[in-house]
Design a binder for this molecule. Structure first.
Ligand code: ATP
Ligand code: MG
Length: 441
């Protein structure tokens, strides 16, 4: 392991493209306050990578040699978070800046499982200003030097620092070369890094697909070697990666990469269907994301079941038979059950998903009466049904007349609702935003 003596490559301000204009005002504020208080303050991770590539970062993570308690004291609007109390969230209107103390250990990250617990603990701490986290829980040995903090990160392109003190970019890991060559490479020995945390394999391919980078040869070979280990990863973290990907607007490409590497089937055996069918629907999911639609969890998972669903439907209604609703519902339930368990779907999500899918049986013909539309549209699950119906329609699974008929009916409904004004447009998918969960580490 490299130590403090490690000599980084440093690019001075004129020699790189990261500028303060690319940072959010909140991130700048946090960095400067740390700096003025005598601490080291680096922008780290994805933000540096994206700025070097000329893109716009999703969020800003900061690393410092200040300890969590010290950071907490510098910012009134902050709280210590994470199972081991090693992170501080500085809260601004509409933005959270995450500040972490330099860390040495490459231990597996805390998963979203820990998030709820951390939230509860933070709420408790907020309610009681005198309460400080039990000192026994803060393990000082985990803190490290900037070099160590760079080395414990996953990929070289994610291991760069931007130093607010002199606006330089600091590279302990060869990330600058890899960004230039557009390649994803693990920091350190790839097999070891993947065994340490198998979710990194999914992440490697996500970056490859999202940034259009190639996966460096040894990293690629290690994925082939270690792919079996993905089934050991925590279900909560896998589920998190899946939903993030489904919302990324690049899900079809990432899915294909995961599947091609033999990771998808191992990580998500329950939702894996026929590759061509999955890709077809995911392309529509990505189109919806590009239009700014925010599909909820039930719809996103439902996407994987559209083709199988319509196969069951066709089977039960063959030869002009009337659909046996009970049998259809039973089959939908059987179909969804394993994924619901393994992806840790909430009961509510599962309920919406089941009802949403089942409702598609009622939408396979154009509605002949407005009342039918109204009645259905009043149900909470209709927004899921409607979203799934549009995906299915775009994927060629719905008869044209049904697609046109329902589209016209829902449009009419929306207009009426808009006119009615006061009564909320029931048929419009409600934008129920769950707070963005940040991966803890
Ligand atoms: P995104 O644009 O998806 O947010 P990101 O690179 O910022 O990309 P995050 O998941 O937000 O990714 O993680 C922030 C940083 O934490 C990463 O850039 C990386 O340095 C480090 N990191 C994240 N996950 C891991 C992991 N599993 N193992 C080691 N380091 C990790
Ligand atoms: Mg990030």
């Amino acid at each position: 392991m490299m130590t403090e003596d490690a000599v980084p490559r440093i690019l001075a301000r004129p020699d790189h493209s990261v500028s303060r204009d690319g940072l959010s005002p909140s991130a700048i504020k946090v960095m400067y306050r740390l700096h003025r208080s005598g601490y080291t303050s680096f922008l780290v991770g994805g933000a540096v990578r994206d700025l070097l590539l000329g893109g716009r970062p999703k969020d800003f993570d900061i690393a410092t040699n200040a300890q969590p308690q010290e950071i907490r004291r510098l910012f009134r609007n902050s709280r210590i978070i994470g199972r081991r109390f090693r992170l501080v969230h500085v809260m601004f209107r509409g933005e959270i800046v995450e500040v972490a103390t330099f860390r040495a250990s490459p231990e597996p990250p805390e998963g979203p499982d820990d998030w709820e617990e951390a939230e509860a603990e933070a709420a408790e701490a907020d309610a009681d200003p005198d309460r400080t986290p039990a000192p026994t829980r803060v393990d000082r040995s985990v803190y490290g030097t900037p070099a160590e903090d760079a080395l414990r990160r996953d990929f070289t392109i994610n291991g760069l620092f931007y130093n607010i003190a002199d606006f330089s970019v600091i590279d302990y890991v060869g990330g600058l070369d890899d960004i230039k060559a557009r390649r994803v490479r693990t920091i350190g020995e790839p097999e070891q890094r993947f065994r340490e945390d198998p979710v990194r394999m999914l992440r490697a391919l996500e970056y490859g697909a999202r940034l259009d980078f190639e996966i460096e040869r040894r990293t690629r070979e290690a994925i082939a070697e270690c792919r079996g280990e993905i089934s050991e990863a925590s279900p909560a973290r896998l589920s998190y990666e899946l939903f993030e990907t489904l919302r990324s607007g690049e899900s079809a490409t990432i899915y294909s990469a995961w599947r091609g590497a033999g990771l998808f089937d191992r990580a998500f055996p329950d939702v894996a269907g026929r590759t061509d069918e999955d890709v077809k629907v995911l392309k529509e999911v990505d189109r919806a994301a590009a239009r700014g639609a925010r599909l909820d969890d039930s719809t996103l998972i439902g996407a994987f079941y559209l083709f199988p669903f319509y196969r069951e439907f066709a089977e039960l209604t063959g030869d002009g038979r009337k659909l046996d609703n009970v049998e259809m519902l039973r089959r939908v339930a059987v179909m969804l059950e394993p994924a619901a368990t393994n992806l840790r779907l909430s009961n509510h999500t599962l309920h919406l998903l089941m009802q949403g899918l089942f409702t598609l049986t009622k939408m396979n013909r154009a509605p002949d009466r407005g009342r039918k539309v109204l009645k259905l549209a009043r149900q909470e699950y209709f927004r899921v049904a409607w979203a799934l119906f549009q995906l299915a329609g775009a994927a060629g699974l719905v008869p044209t007349d049904a697609l046109q008929g329902w589209s016209a009916a829902v449009l009419r409904l929306d207009k009426t609702n808009d006119k009615a004004g006061s009564e909320e447009g029931r048929s419009k998918p409600k934008r129920r935003r769950r707070p963005r969960r940040r991966r803890r580490r």
